[in-house]
Design a protein around this ligand. Structure first.
Ligand SMILES: C[S@@+](CC[C@H](N)C(=O)[O-])C[C@H]1O[C@@H](n2cnc3c(N)ncnc32)[C@H](O)[C@@H]1O
Length: 232
């Protein structure tokens, strides 16, 4: 299994993007939830993390910084759509008893291979049909880049499904790309508009902090929001 940074890693990633972008457009027509696409990416990658465009192989800095200040002390956490497991491991490392799931069985088997001694409970599951006993079951829920990864008509459903998993009094982290209200955007991904990042206020949450920031790339700046929400 390959997975180190460097020029060759970047080259393999670009090569994979060239292969998967047309495939994504092709699959989207018949698979609006993109499961077929995510499965195809994890399967085609064949153990090379460079070929999974969203795999940083480490948690996002802002999530890691928040966890350093908010240890779990055994509280229950859920990582939504965990991919290769870096956020799940960060949650567990911060003292949360962590469950992590992804719709792709391949992502789950890959995550458990990467972290053979893990105490995270990894499983394949669909956010739209989660186990019934997860409802209101988690003190902390971490959502990073999942809502934006499906087409806009699904955003509201995904946000509501995520919100339902948080325990009353619990915390929801939402890390996402953003775009101006009603702007057009040719995804994927489909960054969230203010009406979409703000939906949690309508779902019984209070914003603790909502940090807007930009990630610099050589050719562009990518707008983001990292929201910390408390469920009433
Ligand atoms: C852009 S990746 C983000 C992965 C990870 N959260 C991260 O921060 O690196 C989106 C992930 O969502 C998963 N996914 C998409 N739809 C899902 C669903 N309905 N239920 C569970 N996982 C889903 C995909 O398989 C993929 O791993």
């Amino acid at each position: 299994m390959t997975g180190s940074a460097g020029d060759d890693f970047a080259r393999r990633r670009e090569e994979m993007k060239r292969r998967i972008n047309p495939l994504d457009r092709e699959l989207l027509a018949g698979n609006p939830d993109r499961k077929a696409f995510f499965d195809a990416v994890y399967n085609m990658a064949d153990g090379d993390a460079a070929a999974v465009p969203w795999a940083d192989l480490k948690p996002k800095d802002k999530i890691a910084e928040w966890l350093a200040k908010n240890p779990g002390n055994g509280k229950a956490a859920l990582d939504i759509a965990c991919g290769l497991g870096d956020h799940a491991e960060a949650l567990e490392g911060a003292g949360y008893k962590t469950t992590a799931f992804d719709i792709s069985e391949k992502a789950i088997s890959w995550a458990t291979q990467r972290f053979p001694d893990t105490s995270v409970d990894y499983l394949a599951a669909n956010l739209m049909e989660p186990p019934k006993d997860w409802k209101g079951g988690f003190d902390l829920v971490n959502e990073c880049y999942t809502i934006q990864s499906v087409p806009p008509p699904l955003h509201d459903k995904f946000a509501r499904a995520i919100a339902a998993l948080v325990k009353p009094g619990g915390t929801l982290l939402v890390y996402t790309r953003t775009r101006p209200q009603d702007s057009t955007h040719d995804g994927p991904p489909w960054p969230l508009m203010p009406s979409e990042t703000g939906i949690f206020a309508e779902l019984g949450f209070e914003a603790v902090t909502r940090e807007r920031f930009e990630i610099e790339r050589p050719d562009r700046r990518i707008s983001h929001e990292f929201g910390v929400w408390s469920k009433g």
